[in-house]
Design a protein around this ligand. Structure first.
Ligand code: SF4
Length: 154
């Protein structure tokens, strides 16, 4: 938190959450981040119901042959710049489901993942940490889009 500039905090990233066949453990922890106890909204992080308004895609669960098209479709509907956060061991690597007959692996087999939040399941504090890192990366991408020749300077 200490290293986050006011500029980044003011951006209020909107987050869309996709459950890619997770066991729901990671989803419960993500939803806990939105409750008054952890209150991710105090950091400007808002959970929205449509990818068309989202800056950050939070994915729980592993990539498998049933969900890759849905996941790609959701990702493609998000405007640029956008950031992908893999929450939990399953989303990072396939986790306990790795090498199952229908599991491809972590979601980085399908999408460009920017932030990995390991754990089975990760604590809300870790997920919020990942979302703050995602906000920083989002800001970097915004600057890069605005100044394509100047590179990134934060
Ligand atoms: S990482 Fe653990 S808690 Fe999260 S979806 Fe996989 S098995 Fe469930």
């Amino acid at each position: 938190m200490a290293g986050i500039s006011k500029n980044i905090m003011s951006k209020s990233p909107w987050v869309v959450h996709v459950n890619c066949n997770s066991c729901n453990g990671c989803d419960i922890e993500f939803l806990a981040c939105l409750t008054p106890i952890y209150d991710a909204e105090r950091l400007g992080i808002i959970n929205v119901g449509t990818p068309k308004q989202a800056d950050i895609l939070v994915v729980t669960g592993s990539a498998n042959y049933k969900n890759i098209d849905v996941l790609k479709n959701i990702y493609n509907q998000m405007p640029e710049p956008k950031v992908v956060v893999a929450v939990g061991a399953c989303a990072c690597t396939g986790g306990v489901f790795h090498s199952c007959y229908n599991v491809i692996g972590g979601i980085d087999e399908i999408l460009p993942v920017d932030v990995y939040v390991p754990g089975c399941c990760p604590k809300p504090e870790s997920i919020i940490d990942g979302l703050i890192e995602a906000s920083r990366i989002l800001e970097e991408k915004r600057i890069k889009i605005k100044n394509p020749d100047k590179g990134v300077a934060i």
